[in-house]
Write a protein that binds this ligand. Structure first.
Ligand code: NAD
Ligand code: UFG
Length: 352
C-alpha cells in the first residue's frame, strides 16, 4: 500500500495548481498529496461546506502553508485576479454542492453553483496558460446501470438534479476545452471514504450524514443511536446494495497521477476512479464494526428512493491512461475513517 506521501521540499515542479473547493473533504486530501509531490497549490473556497481550520491542518501535514483565497467560484472577477496573480498551469475543480436530497428541494442552487460556478471558472481561465483542467464528476451520472462494472462508455442516465448538474458541467467543460489548447480529465468518482492516516483531516458532514460511512462512524462515536440500512431485499448475496468504496487518499493520489499524465493527454477524457471492487452495505458495517472494536447498532428499514442495487467501476482506463490504481482495502478505509472520527468526535467544530 502506498502511504500518504511524506512532504519532500526538494521535489519542486515549479508548477502551480489552482484547486477549487480546497478546504473540502476530497480537496483537502488532494492539496496535501499535491504539495508532497512538489506542486505549489493556490486553493480557493467559500467555506460553504468546510471550516477555515482545515487550512491549518493542511499546512501541518504538508509541512508548509497553503496559498489560499476565500471566494465564491461564481465571482468570475475574483477568480480572474487569482489566476492572474498565481499563473496556474493546471486547475482541479472540486468546488460544488453534493447533497442529492437537497438538490431535489433546491435545484436552482445546484445549477447555480455546480454549472454556473463551472462556467465562471472556465471564463476566468479563458485567457490564461492553464494547460490541464481536472473536474470532479461522479458515478451518479450513470444512474442505475443495466450492467456492471460500468465503463466510461456505459450510458449516462442521472436521476437527480445533482447528477444532471454534474453531467451538464462535464459537457460545458468538453465544449470549452475543444476551443483551446488545454487537456481535460473528467474524473467520475465512486464512493470516497476514509481519511488521512494521521486522523487530522477527514469528512465532516454538516447535520445528519446522508452517506453510509459517516453515519456508521457517528453511531460508533456515540453521536447517533443506530444506523438505518435502506433495504435488504435487493438482488444481491446479502440483500443490501453494493457500491465501490474508494479510500480518499487513493483518490487524492489519482489527481496527482492525472497531472503527471498531462503530457500524454491532448484531449478531454472521462475516467472512472474506483477500486473495481463492490462491497455490500452489511459488509461495510461489519468491517466498520471490526475497526471500531464493537458492533455498530443498525436496523433494516425500507429502501431509499433512487438507490441503484449494484454499481462498481471498470478501472481499466484509469490504469492505462493515468498509470494509477487504488490499492487501499476496506480495512484501511474503516481504520482511517475511525481514527479521524474518534480523534475529532464533533469534526472540525472541536478543532484546536
Ligand atoms: P465537500 O463539500 O467536502 O467539498 C466541496 C468544497 O467546495 C467545500 O469546501 C465547499 O465549501 C466548497 N464550495 C461549495 N460551493 C462553493 C462556491 N460556490 N465557491 C467556492 N467554494 C465552494 O465535498 P467533497 O466530498 O470534497 O466533493 C468534492 C467534489 O467531488 C464535489 O464537486 C462533488 O460533487 C464531487 N464528488 C464527491 C463525491 C463524494 O461522495 N464525496 C462523489 C463524487 C463526486
Ligand atoms: N445507506 C444506508 N444507510 C445510510 C446511508 C446509506 O443503508 O444511512 C446505503 C445506501 O442505501 C446505499 C449505500 O449505503 O446502498 C451507499 O450510500 P451512500 O449514500 O453512502 O452513497 P451513494 O452510493 O448512494 O451515493 C453517493 C453520493 C452520490 C455519489 C455517489 C458516488 O450520494 O452523490 O456516492 O460517489 F454520486
Amino acid at each position: 500500500m502506498s502511504e500518504p506521501t511524506e512532504p519532500n521540499h526538494n521535489q519542486a515542479t515549479n508548477a502551480t495548481v489552482l484547486v477549487t473547493g480546497a478546504a473540502g473533504y476530497i480537496g483537502s486530501h488532494t492539496c496535501i498529496e499535491l504539495m508532497a509531490n512538489g506542486f505549489d497549490v493556490i486553493g480557493v473556497d467559500n467555506f460553504d461546506n468546510s471550516e477555515p481550520v482545515v487550512l491549518d491542518r493542511i499546512a501541518e501535514l504538508a509541512g508548509r502553508p497553503i496559498q489560499f483565497a476565500e471566494l465564491d467560484i461564481r465571482d468570475t472577477e475574483a477568480l480572474r485576479k487569482v489566476v492572474s496573480k498565481h499563473s496556474p498551469s493546471a486547475v482541479i475543480h472540486f468546488a460544488g454542492l453534493k447533497a442529492v436530497g437537497e438538490s431535489v428541494s433546491h435545484p436552482q442552487k445546484y445549477w447555480s453553483v455546480n454549472v454556473g460556478g463551472t462556467l465562471s471558472l472556465l471564463d476566468a481561465i479563458s485567457t490564461s496558460d492553464v494547460s490541464m483542467f481536472v473536474f470532479s464528476s461522479s458515478c451518479t451520472v450513470y444512474g442505475d446501470p443495466a450492467a456492471v462494472p460500468v465503463t466510461e462508455t456505459t450510458p449516462v442516465a442521472p436521476i437527480s438534479p445533482y447528477g444532471r448538474t454534474k453531467l451538464a458541467a462535464e459537457q460545458a467543460i468538453i465544449d470549452h476545452l475543444s476551443t483551446r489548447d488545454c487537456g481535460g480529465l473528467l474524473l467520475r468518482y465512486f464512493n470516497p471514504v476514509g481519511a488521512h492516516a494521521s486522523g487530522r483531516i477527514g469528512e465532516d458532514p454538516v447535520g445528519v450524514p446522508n452517506n453510509l460511512m459517516p453515519f456508521a462512524m457517528q453511531v460508533a462515536v456515540g453521536r447517533r443511536d443506530a444506523l438505518s440500512i435502506f433495504g435488504d431485499d435487493y438482488d444481491t448475496a446479502d440483500g443490501t446494495c453494493i457500491r465501490d468504496y474508494i479510500h480518499v487518499v487513493d483518490l487524492a493520489q489519482g489527481h496527482v497521477a492525472a497531472l503527471k499524465a498531462e503530457t500524454d493527454i491532448d484531449s478531454c477524457e472521462i475516467v472512472n476512479l474506483g477500486t473495481g471492487r463492490g462491497s455490500s452495505v452489511l459488509e461495510v458495517v461489519n468491517a466498520a464494526s471490526e475497526a471500531v472494536g464493537k458492533p455498530i447498532a443498525h436496523q433494516i428499514v425500507a429502501r431509499r428512493d433512487g438507490d441503484a442495487a449494484v454499481i462498481f467501476a471498470d478501472t481499466t482506463k484509469a490504469e492505462s491512461l493515468l498509470s494509477w490504481s487504488a490499492d487501499r482495502t476496506m480495512v484501511d478505509m474503516c481504520r482511517d475513517h475511525w481514527s479521524w472520527q474518534s480523534l475529532n468526535p464533533d469534526g472540525y467544530r472541536t478543532a484546536d
